[in-house]
Design a protein around this ligand. Sequence first.
Ligand code: ZN
Length: 138
Amino acid sequence: MHCPHCNKENVPSAQFCINCGAPLATDGSGHSPTVPPKRRNGLGTASFILGLGSIVLWVVLALMLLSAMEASGDSSSPTISPLMMLVGLLAIATTLMGLAFAVAGLLQKNRCKGFAIVGLFINAAVALYMVLSILLSG
Ligand SMILES: [Zn+2]
């Protein structure tokens, strides 16, 4: 291949020009091998998954509350079972962890932030819903 800097012919597998030392693209994409591509953001992906998990937990909790209301026939004070307490605590923990992971993912440099931003929005929305439902019910 030809060096983009000095146009000297180099062997195809060369990573640097034998004439001027400029980095050569070895994958044919034209990207310099010295510039690292953006790595996947593990924390952002984790916050996204936690956000989805917290939504599922809240839906499960809401369905359990609804069935408890129907069973007791009193919509104002449904019986809270230990299982519902457990699901509620799990949902709160998942939401808070998702928020923390999203913020940590956004603070990382040279990472893709798409999942972290989506995770932040999902977990913030769930946390807002959580606070509002507690305020409205209390
Ligand atoms: Zn060169």
